[in-house]
Design a protein around this ligand. Structure first.
Ligand code: NAD
Length: 347
């Protein structure tokens, strides 16, 4: 029996990881710890939240006593740590929020795990979820591998890089068993519409401008969120202890090409004339410190653990669009109130 603490389980990726573990492993107890910030939404889990092997704990990573109570109550055996401040634009506005949650919050969790697991570290795993943004920007050629030096350029990626270093350092210094994975951009259902794909789906639905940064030639690798969840499952169960794995979709897109593809797919779904949504594209002032290109080499994960993405980008994008069109209530709920004010301040 494992009692697995999944942090950030009410967020975008975390909710998919919680759902996968709760349904696939009925003999595990999954404890979702989340502070429910603007990005956390228990609606993301309403299809599984009555499951016998699922519990929710509303606790902030900065509340050490709260973390200790959750460990004692549930006898936590392993951790999959996703909770984070995750939006680059917000990190440019308020870097300290990212220092608190992503760095101090991670160290708090490591400290509690270290204290609670000291009797036998070999029985426990601290799995830290991170991003390819820690590697900085690539030129036109090449890929990030697990040995690429860290070179974070935004407050978000700097805070994630620092948290990765702390996890690695705790493994070296205190013998906690850890694993880290660094993943490229995710997309899919339950994605908060401040990020590019859900933001643009929402704006296309409402015929609002599509704000493309700079010249639109920024390049990212995209992975369907359910494939990230299966990669996390694979690494959690079969990854080498104290190792690191890159996760990616082998799927690079320039932003402007992605936006045009999205417009074309949405025009078809919404019964609009071909090219109609493209008229909404508006180039806006570039994001400061914007990394030109990220591309992940996920060969190690594929060769050593046999993981690969299950859907093509076109399939994943079509599923994503369908989900947003079928879940307008979810979208309307998350885009009202604070989101509306945030949106006004950004664009
Ligand atoms: P998200 O913003 O959707 O969710 C983050 C969750 O963490 C939310 O539920 C929020 O309530 C919770 N949280 C935030 N601060 C907290 C705190 N102080 N204490 C407890 N809970 C807190 O993020 P996401 O996109 O699902 O990303 C999850 C993880 O995956 C993050 O660590 C992120 O760095 C990493 N990641 C994301 C992507 C991506 O494309 N979204 C890619 C690679 C890695």
């Amino acid at each position: 029996m494992k009692n697995i603490l999944i942090t950030g389980g009410a967020g975008f990726i975390g909710s998919h990881v919680v759902r996968l573990f709760v349904t696939k492993y009925p003999h595990y107890h999954i404890i979702n710890l989340d502070a429910l910030t603007y990005a956390g939404n228990l609606e993301n889990l309403k299809d599984i939240d009555q499951s016998a092997n699922y519990s929710f704990e509303k606790v902030n990573l900065l509340d050490v006593d709260g973390l200790v109570k959750v460990f004692d109550k549930h006898q936590i055996s392993d951790i999959i740590h996703l909770a984070a401040e995750s939006h680059v634009d917000r990190s440019i506005e308020s870097p300290l929020d990212f220092v608190y949650t992503n760095i101090i919050g991670t160290v708090n969790l490591l400290n509690v795990a270290k204290a609670k697991w000291a009797a036998d570290f070999s029985k426990h795993l601290f799995y830290h979820i991170s991003t390819d943004e820690v590697y900085g920007a690539l030129g036109a050629e090449g890929f990030f591998t697990e040995t690429t030096p860290y070179h974070p350029n935004s407050p978000y990626s700097a805070s994630k890089a620092a948290s990765d270093h702390f996890v690695r350092a705790y493994a070296e210094t205190y013998d906690i068993q850890t694993v880290i994975s660094n993943c490229s951009n995710n997309y899919g259902p339950y994605h908060f519409p401040e990020k590019l794909i859900p933001l643009f789906i929402n704006n296309i639905i409402h015929k609002k401008p599509l704000p493309v940064y700079g010249d639109g030639l920024y390049t990212r690798d995209w992975l369907f969120v359910k494939d990230h969840a299966t990669a996390i499952d694979t690494i959690f169960h079969n990854g080498k202890v104290n190792d690191t794995y890159n996760i990616g979709g082998f799927n690079e897109w320039k932003n402007i090409d992605l936006v045009k593809l999205l417009c074309a797919l949405m025009d078809k779904k919404l019964g609009r004339a071909a090219g109609e949504s493209e008229q909404l594209i508006t180039y806006v002032k570039d994001r400061p410190g914007h990394d030109r290109r990220y591309a992940i080499d996920a060969t190690k994960l594929n060769k050593e653990l046999g993981w690969k993405p299950s859907v093509t980008f076109e399939e994943g994008l079509a599923q994503t669009i369908d989900w947003y069109l079928e879940n307008t209530e979810w979208l309307n709920n998350v885009t009202s109130g604070n989101y509306a004010r945030y949106y006004e301040s950004m664009y």
